[in-house]
Write a protein that binds this ligand. Sequence first.
Ligand SMILES: [Ca+2]
Ligand SMILES: [Ca+2]
Length: 201
Amino acid sequence: MPMRNYLAVATAAVLIGGAGTLLVAPASASPSAISHFDGGSFETPTVAANTFQGLATGQSVGAWRVTSGNVDLIGAGYWQAAEGDQSVDLNGTNAGAVSQTFTTVPGTTYMVTYSLAGNPEGSPNLKTGKVLVSGQNFQDFSFDTTGKTTTNMGYVRRQVTFVATSTSTTLTFTSTTPNSAWGPVIDDVTVKACPPPPCCG
Ligand SMILES: [Ca+2]
Ligand SMILES: [Ca+2]
């Protein structure tokens, strides 16, 4: 078993090395491939079914990072996800935020779409939060959980567009629901570069 693992790692290293050689070839390539937007459905890491995991500031949720307070990563079956199995309660035991930094092309318009609901298990009924782009407030959102349940979350689809001003952009979802363990819920975040106008209907 240990030897098999060793061989697998060695093989992977060789393959990565080969790909690296190809990437290096165009000497004039732009210098900024930090990352691409990823993990918008919050499916990794996998949380045990019918449970959730609290994550504090500085901890990772796949490609995201908790950047203030704390959040809960909700496992399959605990409540309905908008896409896949998992979603995020932006209030862990109190208001939190998740952020992701990804590569962008300055001057290009990007469309962010996401699914929004609220943790139906506690007050207040009206959950509030914000979408920030590189620290600037781009959208206030709210969701009323009146009549919603864990099996009828009532997700709505929202969108925000921004024009990139830098080779990297940080997208943040933050709760503004204070003094509560039951916050806004997000899932299925996508980021797409828009074609030249008119676009992004
Ligand atoms: Ca999901
Ligand atoms: Ca919570």
